[in-house]
Design a protein around this ligand. Structure first.
Ligand SMILES: Cc1ncc(COP(=O)(O)O)c(C=O)c1O
Length: 396
């Protein structure tokens, strides 16, 4: 029997400018308070149908199988890989960041033979490297790229890669965890076969769901598998029997109703704003933040021309204490930014402007807070230079 006097939960209000989760719109928060329904309730089916149709708008696809997996982004990644790869299959996978590395890890657990597309962390994978890898083996089953690499701040171009995958009859899988809802992701126009994301970043919902879309071509390949999918929970053929309405729906697992309400509301907010306007908002705020950081004399980590607007990686100046700055942002301003991951630990900060957190107010707040805290640490910069550059960028 626990004996401590446990308290009512009362987390602080934070400004979430890290790699995710981002802040949640009050309407999304409110939606989670709606009555919980059973996963076979007729009203719940209408929520599911609307969610699928709103997700098709977001992914820019007509794919019938477009739905949220009941788990975080990593489950989307795992579903995308474990359904389509079996022992002995060959997969060509990016190797230029923390999440690309996670894809390699999962694909190797599926027993696939992996051809790594190496590039420095902070640089894109060039189409020439993709072509060479696809040509190097007899039959590549799947090409997998991270569209928005959250560890490095790089936006990977996809259209040439998609063409190459098509030419070589490989399935094309894209991780859009940090891009969907903040950058353009055009699944059908770009010939992406499998694409997944998460709820907690540019969609502006709490963590817990992983929207995924899979086209018919990819679903057909499932019928040719020689082993059943090792994961029951993420088996797309089983999941599709609950999500695709063809007379009846079969129970697969108990749907997390409150999370589905939240996602539904977040997607309605996106539709109200309009996808193009939303992407433009992310672009303007990302550009203003980056202009401000550079005007403060800071160096951006990601390859110029291929920077995310949703997540900016900035190099930590010599002699500045990474942890102390992030701790003071939290204690003095109740503001979260991210530290570096993997090989970039201690080398960069990751500043996210995603979903509801992508606002003019937050750009100006994080720049002024950083200027003050860096000055306290002895970093020399012209007072107000960051804000001035950001304001100029926003006026454009
Ligand atoms: C690009 C990318 N892929 C996959 C993931 C894993 O998502 P989650 O942490 O929601 O499981 C993340 C998480 O930040 C990510 O940034």
């Amino acid at each position: 029997m626990p004996s401590a006097p446990y308290q009512e939960i009362n987390p602080p209000q934070r400004i979430l400018l890290g790699p995710g989760p981002s802040n949640v719109h009050p309407r999304v928060q409110q939606a989670m308070m709606a009555p919980v329904l059973g996963h076979m309730d007729p009203y719940f089916y209408t929520v599911m149908e609307d969610t699928m149709s709103l997700l098709r708008y977001l992914f820019r696809t007509k794919n019938a199988l477009t739905f949220p997996i009941s788990a975080t982004g990593s489950a989307g990644m795992e579903a995308g890989l474990c359904n389509f790869l079996e022992p002995g299959d060959v997969a060509v996978i990016a190797n230029n960041g923390f999440f690309a590395d996670r894809m390699i890890n999962i694909a190797s657990r599926c027993g696939a033979e992996i051809i790594r597309l190496d590039a420095e962390w902070g640089r894109i994978i060039e189409p020439e490297a993709i072509e060479a890898a696809l040509k190097s083996q007899k039959k590549v089953k799947l090409l997998a790229l991270v569209h928005a690499e959250t560890s490095t701040g790089v936006l990977q171009p996809l259209t040439e890669a998609a063409q190459l995958a098509k030419q070589h009859e490989a399935l094309f899988l894209v991780d859009a965890v940090t891009s969907l809802g903040g950058h353009e992701v055009a699944v059908d126009d770009w010939s992406i076969d499998i694409c997944y994301s998460c709820s907690q970043k540019c969609i502006g919902c709490p963590p817990g769901l992983s929207p995924i879309t899979v086209n018919q071509k990819a679903m057909e390949t499932l019928k040719k598998r020689s082993h059943s999918v090792s994961s029951y929970y993420l088996d797309l053929s089983l999941l599709s029997k609950y999500w695709i309405r063809d007379g009846s729906r079969a129970y697969h697992h108990t749907a997390p109703a409150s999370m589905f309400y939240a996602l539904h509301e977040a997607l309605v907010l996106i539709a109200d704003e309009g996808l193009e306007a939303r992407i433009q908002r992310h672009a303007e705020h990302g550009a203003a933040l980056q202009a401000g950081l550079e005007a403060m004399g800071l160096v951006l980590h990601a390859q110029p021309g291929h920077r995310l607007s949703t997540l900016t990686t900035v190099c930590i100046p010599e002699g500045i204490d990474d942890a102390r700055i992030r701790q003071r942002l939290l204690s003095d301003y109740s503001m979260e930014i991210g530290g570096g991951l993997g090989t970039l630990k201690g080398k960069v900060w990751r500043i996210g402007l995603m979903g509801y957190s992508s606002s003019e107010q937050n750009v100006l707040l994080v720049l002024s807070a950083l200027e003050k805290l860096l000055a306290d640490e002895g970093y020399k910069t012209e007072t107000g230079a960051g804000i001035k550059a950001a304001v100029q960028s926003l006026r454009k």
